[in-house]
Design a binder for this molecule. Structure first.
Ligand SMILES: [Zn+2]
Length: 294
């Protein structure tokens, strides 16, 4: 397992997200010269968000506080010093950057799609918890729910997240990618908690990269439990749900249930290339069950 150091962009991102979705002075987190900061900027996980309102003048001996202003004539930010006059600011020194869970979840989703292919489920925040559903991917043969969660060191948040995960439609396995301290968090059955900084290898260019070998090693035993527990069950309901959720995620799911079994039958091969579609009556039964859950 990797031990994230201070130059690790994901470790820096996790530190910042632990404090909240925020706007920070780029200089305060190491500036553009820091490898971690520049990697997060490249990956669009930190985005430029205006400039500092105040700073300290470094053009004279006094080190007095100043308001940062935009000088339209010069087209630059700077400040007025009684001694040095207008001082042009180094744009990196006054730059602010911001970060969010949504942006992070989207980047993690991209990394999982690069590693594991087709995604089911749309990216969405979990109401009432500080967590996001990132999606579901087939990891080592098992459909796996992937969640991004933080604030798990708080007993109440840890409980809320757990309850929310129990209510999700089940897949064969689940991963909770944790941000910050998650001691005391007990994932529900078939879920495992993994620090985000371990699940994601260092950023490659502008993309996050999932540690696919590590994740497969974690998911396989979770899914094995599932297969034993449901031995003999045909699982066609789960397969129908997979098609419906796949169509829904890309906006191809018609409203209502009329004609839906035909839509599912036509899309079947794309989602389950090695198995035939169930009979229309079975499809209709599972579609009705799936619809009733929403
Ligand atoms: Zn000055």
């Amino acid at each position: 397992m990797r031990h994230p150091g201070k130059d690790d962009p994901i470790a820096l991102l996790c530190d910042l997200l632990t404090d909240g979705e925020q706007r920070v002075a780029m200089q305060a987190i190491g500036g553009r010269a820091s490898p971690a900061v520049s990697a997060l900027l490249r990956a669009d996980l930190l985005v430029p968000d205006g400039v500092l309102e105040t700073t300290i003048c470094d053009a004279c001996e006094v080190h007095h506080p100043v308001d940062v202003v935009f000088d339209a004539e010069r087209g630059t930010h700077g400040w007025r010093c009684p001694e040095a006059g207008f001082v042009t600011a180094d744009s990196d020194a006054v730059a602010m950057v911001s970060l969010s869970m949504k942006r992070t979840a989207a980047a993690v989703s991209g990394a999982f799609t690069d590693a594991f292919g087709y995604r089911r489920w749309a990216l969405r925040p979990i109401a009432g918890a500080g967590a996001w559903v990132v999606g579901a991917w087939c990891i080592g043969g098992a459909w796996t729910t992937v969640i991004l969660a933080r604030y798990l060191c708080s007993a109440s948040e840890s409980h809320r997240t757990r309850e929310a995960l129990v209510r999700l439609s089940p897949n064969e396995a689940g991963l909770v990618l944790t941000i910050g301290d998650s001691e005391g968090f007990e994932p529900p059955r078939r879920f495992a908690a993994v620090p985000l900084a371990e699940a994601i290898a260092p950023i490659n260019g502008s993309r996050l990269v999932a540690d696919s070998r590590l994740l497969q090693r974690i998911v396989t035993p979770l899914a094995a439990g599932r297969l034993v527990a449901h031995a003999g069950r045909p699982g066609s309901e789960a397969k129908v749900a997979a098609v419906l959720e796949g169509l829904e995620a890309r906006g191809d799911l018609p409203a209502g249930t009329k004609g839906l079994s035909g839509v599912v039958a036509r899309a079947w091969e794309e989602f389950h290339p090695h198995e035939g579609s169930p009979a229309p009556s079975t499809l209709r039964k599972h579609i009705a069950a799936w619809r009733s859950r929403y």
